[in-house]
Ligand binder design. Structure first.
Ligand code: FBP
Length: 551
């Protein structure tokens, strides 16, 4: 493989660690607080995690231990969507293990959790790790979305772990994968295997956060990559002055990425799904807001603009949400009638008879491609695959229709020409920013220390993230502390609560304070590309979201 110059240079980057993890690891001790509680339904969750519930928060401090020098065998899994910094978690874990004892071994399960179930793995050695230091993607061992939920899967996981004589397993994943990590940990204790499980907070979506988990790695790089692209488009729009750009941004249900990109780039409009839901805005009211901005800007001869759309938006618009939920039930039931219909039109007629009158009316108004996308299979966790619904095109179509009507009524004489974009995959495997390279690496070293010091059912945690890395605080958070009870597939389940955008939080308030002006005036901000080498104020800054949340 021929290397780019940046790749070569990034290999040489030494991630910055919290001071406590940067020193001699035999001089590492741990301080724990009192018992902890889940976010809600404490008794029910306690009964589901008899062994692992309510453990104390752990924080590494200076002290002595003999444990970090033990020979350990550890397995690692990358789970779910790619997030920049994942390879560094593995590198940190590897370096910690080898620093503790060069005889320790690290195994990588291939293709996500299914690698553990099917016993597909490789031994990760120094040569392999060195090829992936500070690089994006998950291609070192691959990732997958298999959910470990059936007893046979738990048994198969245990069998693999025993076969490899594992002391511990590290699961690098999002909320669902870390919920799985806690379940596996509980199962391993219950079955007396002694195998520990540690999770690491990963996802570009930024929705795995909590008082003690300040951010997931990957969010920083992905949000900055999208912001760079949006800034470039905004500058193009401001130069040519002829297009409205509708940009859908990845991030699943939560709008953290769209909000961060709005703070970075100051578009004319950015919809925040959580607000749309709270205010029960309809599709038509969203189009009203777009048209209002188009008309006002056109009066200033500015027939161009930028609209940011979080990818999960459709699921938060009450009438679309109701339609999706009805479609979920219909498609999960007997759909032979649907499959027998020959054309899509006939299939629609079949569906419309089964939908409530309100949902049937909405379904009929949707452009064909969007209607088809709403019927795509759900992912293994039961999520609608929002990345495959062209919300940006839907909003363009509806705005064009409305603008045409306004023109024919003599209410608008300007121009409206729109282009759609979707930024998702281009940000998920980017070279990690210095922040994500440091944070991922630190989480990996911290996961090693948690294992060596005997913890299980913990998430590796690094706090004080808006300060320079040397001042970061490392430790672990019991996973049950992040849980609440949710109804999933008709059953109450203890799961990590998704952290959506807090409408009372500083990031949203900061955007809300400027948006009326942004909707009319051109105030674009151009963040430029992520910088890897140079002054700390250019290279090591974290997201605006994190700094506002921590200030
Ligand atoms: P995770 O939740 O696993 O981190 O994945 C995040 C994500 O990138 C979402 O933003 C997006 O909706 C989804 O993955 C896309 O999934 P896929 O990679 O399966 O197309």
């Amino acid at each position: 493989m021929e290397l780019s110059n940046l790749q070569k240079a990034r290999y040489g980057y030494q991630p910055k660690l919290p001071a406590i993890l940067a020193g001699d690891i035999s001089e590492l001790s741990v301080e724990t607080g009192g018992a902890t509680e889940a976010l809600s339904h404490q008794q029910e969750i306690k009964s589901m995690f008899k062994h692992c519930y309510g453990k104390p928060i752990a924080r590494f401090v200076k002290g002595r231990n003999e444990k970090t020098a033990q020979v350990l065998k550890v397995g690692v899994i990358l789970s779910g969507g790619q997030a920049p910094g994942g390879h560094n978690v593995i590198a940190g874990l590897f370096d910690g293990l080898k620093k503790g004892n060069p005889a320790s071994k690290l195994y990588g399960f291939l293709g996500g959790p299914s690698g553990l179930i099917d016993c597909k793995y490789i031994e990760i050695d120094a040569k392999l790790v060195d090829q992936y230091r500070n690089t994006g993607g998950f291609d070192m061992i691959g990732s997958g979305r298999t959910k470990i939920e059936m007893l046979e899967q738990f048994n198969a996981s245990l069998e693999t772990a025993k076969k490899l004589n594992l002391n511990a397993l590290v699961i690098i994943g999002g909320d669902d994968s870390n919920t799985n990590a806690a379940m596996l940990a509980e199962y391993f204790v219950e079955t007396g295997s002694g195998i520990q499980v540690i999770g690491c907070p990963k996802t570009i979506d930024g929705d795995l956060k909590h008082e003690h988990i300040e951010a997931s790695f990957g969010f920083d790089t992905a949000a900055k990559t999208y912001s760079e692209l949006i800034g470039n488009i905004a500058r193009d729009a401001n130069s040519a002055k002829k297009y409205w750009h509708f940009i859908k941004l990845m991030g699943r249900a939560a709008s953290h990425i769209a909000l961060e990109a709005a703070l970075q780039t100051r578009p004319n409009l950015c919809f925040i799904s959580e607000e749309v839901e709270a205010k029960k805005l309809s599709l038509s009211q969203i189009v009203d807001k777009i048209c209002e901005s188009v008309v006002k800007r056109s009066k200033n001869n500015e027939n161009f603009g930028i609209v940011l759309i979080p990818e999960g938006l459709v699921e938060f618009i009450p009438e679309v949400k109701a339609l999706i939920s009805e479609l979920n039930d219909i498609m999960a039931g007997d759909k032979t009638g649907f499959e027998e219909e020959k054309s899509f039109n006939e299939q629609c007629l079949w569906l419309e008879k089964k939908l409530s009158p309100k949902s049937a009316a909405l379904f009929k108004t949707l452009p064909e491609e969007i209607a088809k996308q709403l019927l795509i299979d759900r992912d293994p966790h039961g999520n609608v695959q929002v990345s495959r619904i062209d919300t940006e095109k839907l909003l363009i179509r509806l705005t064009e229709k409305r603008i045409a009507a306004m023109k024919s009524e003599g209410k608008f004489s300007g121009k409206f020409s729109a282009l759609g974009h979707f930024f998702g995959y281009e940000g998920r495997a980017a070279f990690p920013s210095n922040f994500d390279a440091n944070y991922g690496y630190g989480l990996g070293v911290s996961a090693f220390a948690l294992i060596a010091l005997g913890f299980t059912a913990y998430m590796s945690s690094i706090k004080n993230l808006s300060a320079p890395a040397s001042e970061w605080i490392a430790g672990g958070v019991p996973i049950t502390m992040l849980m609440n009870l949710e109804r999933r597939k008709g059953v109450n389940k203890a799961v990590i609560k998704k952290a959506l955008v807090d409408l009372d939080g500083a990031p949203f308030k900061s955007f809300a304070a400027m948006r009326d002006e942004l909707a009319v005036k051109t105030c674009f901000r151009y963040p430029g590309a992520i910088q890897y080498f140079g002054p700390a104020e250019v290279c090591d800054q974290t997201t605006i979201t994190l700094s506002l949340e921590r200030s």
